[in-house]
Write a protein of this length. Structure first.
Length: 67
């Protein structure tokens, strides 16, 4: 069975951006960002994913990986 692994923490480290700053830039709470980073969410809005990609200058596949 395939699962989706969230690699947001890796992208944040590569871009040297803190959770507090990223959350403010994309308009979500630090708590929700933390839940997203840990993979403890059931879904993500395309709008939120698009904002993450814009701020981190990456593609969705850089953040989400199917394994």
């Amino acid at each position: 069975m395939m699962e989706i692994v969230v690699r947001l923490d890796v992208m944040m480290a590569m871009r040297k951006i803190k959770g507090r700053d990223l959350a403010a830039k994309i308009g979500i709470t630090e708590q929700n960002l933390s839940l997203l980073k840990s993979g403890k969410v059931k879904g993500i809005r395309f709008e939120t994913l698009a904002k993450l990609c814009a701020v981190l200058e990456c593609q969705p596949a850089d953040i989400l990986e199917a394994v």
